[in-house]
Ligand binder design. Structure first.
Ligand code: TPP
Ligand code: MG
Length: 694
């Protein structure tokens, strides 16, 4: 290697810019004394070429709806993104998606990498830093999200573009690492993207032959190109990450590819410029150390002692490139959208509402109400009816199922509905296939694209997508999960399909709104709550089996659902000697027990409790009204793990729940075996009353 004695001199602006990204990453990690410098050092030219010469993105407005999306799926390389956001001068945005005057990332933020309350957290976080399109870090999720973004872009284009008015034609780029491609969710997502022929999607695979523990060859030896070829992707190679011409050729190749997503396999050297690490392939998820920082900077012909150095001309260089191109593109688009608004006011209005996460006027018209019916219907059935009514009113409420639409009742069936499929992207019915995890990741990508996505599967298989649900909660995005077959009540499919601990575990997830309605009219109310959420994902947990539709002239209105828990039936004087509480299908057992107790002159109260998390947000006064502290005789009934119920039944209360996995049998046998009968609830109630009297 040739090392000049004259730092910075003679470097072309592009080299200078690339080395600025590298050294900012090095210094940020070193200062934080934690993080991954190696990947940004290797990938700097890849990001530089993309942002400076290809990305259709205006740093002045990171919320421009038709911007190209950049997803750093290898979230551990976050300093790469932060350095680029700083150097390109991306503007700040408020959590309400309003543009701010300040910058998304300042030099000061780079110095505060990984510090409390900084805008440069360890891994990129959506809503925390403008320009971060989605939260990444858990490998595989970012590329999974990118598929959802590509889906949304195709859908928006087909739904809203008109001849001469290409309002949506943006592309999605994602940098991914060995880890991203090893993770199952990445494979599911790639398979789905290939199937859907998402030509607007480009993954840039950083093939650096190393992972955290050592050489990638220790655990990864497949032919990635052949694999993606098999998925139906366009696969191209760049043999040296530092070859800007080859990178440009590859990006152009992507731009000219139709009917297939593109994978660009880039061979790179992790920690490029840091001779020590390169030679040893040593562990790299740590700062370089002062000595190696110097050596690397020497290699880049950088002043060895300079820290966070941004040479004159670098930021201006980015302004001349992406800044100028982006501004022109956005200006042109703004004029086009103005014209579009005049010609197609209704469509423009929809786009604007979507961008603000507003609901169209009349979103709740024609919602069904269900008459009292002792036999009733499965909440999945009523759920499907409400969903269909809502989707008719909200054109961007779109989604599907992981191959269980018939069971989940998530298919949209009103006049004019179509499937979303390869080559025909305007449909509202999505077929995610048996890929729950990729569905979860794609739903997140769709949600950050501002459509309102829903996805269904059996409740038990929420486990298969849980990492994506968790990220939706962390990102505060309003994804909707329709989980049916919510208990042992699903019957014959048996314990492999019967959820037990899923309610408890999802209730433990911060920010997720979970609703398990008791009857058809609670389903209507639950959907009303969910559809009005703007910054929270929601899980709607529904039965397979029929549940009675309560007579609301006799019992309280289902509107109580909006408070999370409400008194459905009460003692005449409002002073019960026992409280029976339940969610979902078990509420009717409590109602039966209540009616029986009433005939015996025992004063009971039934609390229907579809959502713990919503109830927890109510005032103390309301909570005490529902659960008066002096009433200690309490019984909870839920066909699930009892974990957590003690906070409502108290130390002396009883929980009729599941303490083991279920079994394969007809529902009536299961209910009997596991004690979900009116008799058993009655016995528990009597016992609770007796205990409280002692
Ligand atoms: C799901 C998940 N598992 C584990 C990790 C921890 N982790 C961070 S980076 C990394 C692997 C790094 O290898 P690679 O993906 O090739 O990235 P590179 O180091 O080459 O940039 C791991 C295991 C993670 N971020 N996400
Ligand atoms: Mg690697």
């Amino acid at each position: 290697m040739v090392v000049s004695e004259q730092p910075l001199l003679g470097q072309e602006l592009k080299t200078l810019s690339i080395n600025t990204i590298r050294t900012l990453a090095i210094d940020g990690v070193q200062q934080a004394n934690s993080g991954h410098p190696g990947a940004p050092m290797g990938l700097a030219p890849v990001a530089y070429s993309l942002w400076q010469n290809f990305l259709r993105y205006d740093p002045e407005d990171p919320t421009w709806p038709n911007r190209d999306r950049f997803v750093l799926s290898a979230g551990h390389a976050s300093m790469l993104l932060y350095a680029v956001l700083y150097l390109t001068g991306v503007r700040g945005v408020s959590p309400e998606y309003e543009r701010l005057g300040d910058f998304a990332v300042t030099l000061d933020d780079l110095k505060k990498f990984r510090q409390l309350d900084s805008r440069t957290p360890g891994h990129p976080e959506y809503r925390m830093t403008a320009g971060v399109e989605t939260t990444t870090g858990p490998l595989g999720q970012g590329i999974g999200n990118s598929v959802g973004m590509a889906i949304a872009a195709k859908w928006l284009g087909e739904r809203y573009n008109r001849p001469g008015f290409e309002i949506f034609n943006y592309n999605i780029y994602s940098i991914c690492s060995d880890g991203d491609l090893m993770e199952g969710v990445g494979s599911e997502a790639a398979s789905l993207a290939g199937h859907l022929k998402l030509s607007n999607l480009c993954w840039i695979y950083d093939s650096n032959h190393v992972t955290l523990d050592g050489p990638a060859a220790w655990s990864f030896s497949e032919d990635v190109g052949a694999r993606f070829g098999g998925y139906g992707w366009n696969v191209t190679h760049v043999t040296d990450a530092n070859d800007l011409d080859a990178l440009a050729k590859a990006y152009n190749n992507f731009l000219h590819t139709t009917e297939r997503p593109t994978l660009i396999i880039v061979n790179s050297h992790i920690g490029y410029g840091s001779p020590h690490k390169q030679d040893t392939n040593a562990a790299h998820g740590e700062p370089l150390g002062e000595e190696e920082v110097r050596l690397s900077k020497k290699f880049y012909r950088w002043p060895e002692d300079a820290k966070f150095l941004v040479p004159d001309g670098v930021r201006e260089h980015f302004q001349q490139g992406i800044g100028k191109r982006g501004r022109e593109l956005r200006d042109k688009w703004a004029k086009l959208f103005d014209e579009y608004g005049k010609k197609f006011p209704e469509l423009a209005e929809q786009i604007n509402q979507m961008q603000q996460r507003e609901l169209p006027a009349g979103w709740d018209k024609n919602l069904p109400t269900f008459p009292a019916d002792a036999k009733g219907l499965g909440t999945r059935e009523s759920g499907g009816k409400v969903l269909n009514a809502l989707a008719q009113n909200i054109p961007w409420l779109i989604g599907g199922s992981a191959d269980l639409a018939t069971s989940n009742k998530t298919a949209l069936k009103f006049e004019g509905t179509k499937d979303f499929e390869a080559g025909s992207y305007g449909g509202c019915n999505f077929h995610f296939g048996i890929r729950e995890h990729a569905m979860g990741a794609a739903l997140n990508g769709m949600a950050v694209s501002k459509v309102r996505p829903f996805g269904g599967t059996f409740f038990n298989f929420s486990d298969y997508m849980r990492p994506s649900v968790r990220l939706a909660s962390l990102m505060e995005i309003p994804v909707i999960y329709v989980y049916t077959h919510d208990s042992i009540g699903l019957g014959e499919d048996g314990p492999t399909h019967q959820p037990i601990e899923q309610l408890a575990s999802l209730r433990a997830m911060p920010g997720l709104v979970l609703l398990r309605p008791a009857d058809a009219n609670e389903v209507v109310e639950a959907w009303k709550v969910i559809i009005q959420l703007r910054d929270k994902p929601a899980a709607l947990v529904l039965t397979r089996q029929a549940v009675p539709t309560f007579d609301r002239s006799k019992y309280a209105s289902a509107s109580g659902v909006s408070q999370g828990a409400y008194i459905l039936a009460d003692a005449v004087d409002g002073k019960p000697s026992v409280i029976l509480m339940a969610t979902g299908s078990e509420v009717s057992l409590c109602v039966n027990a209540y009616e029986q107790l009433k005939t015996e002159g025992v004063k009971a109260r039934v609390v229907s409790m579809p959502s713990w998390d919503i109830f927890e947000k109510q005032s103390d006064a309301y909570k005490k009204q529902v659960f008066p502290p002096e009433v200690t005789a309490r019984v909870a009934v839920e066909m699930a793990s009892t974990f957590g119920w003690s906070q409502y039944v108290g130390l002396t209360g009883t929980v009729v729940g599941m303490h083991r996995f279920g079994a394969s049998a007809p529902i009536k046998d299961l209910l009997k075996k596991f004690g979900f009968t009116t008799e058993n609830v009655l016995a528990a109630a009597r016992e609770a009353i007796a205990k409280a009297k002692k």
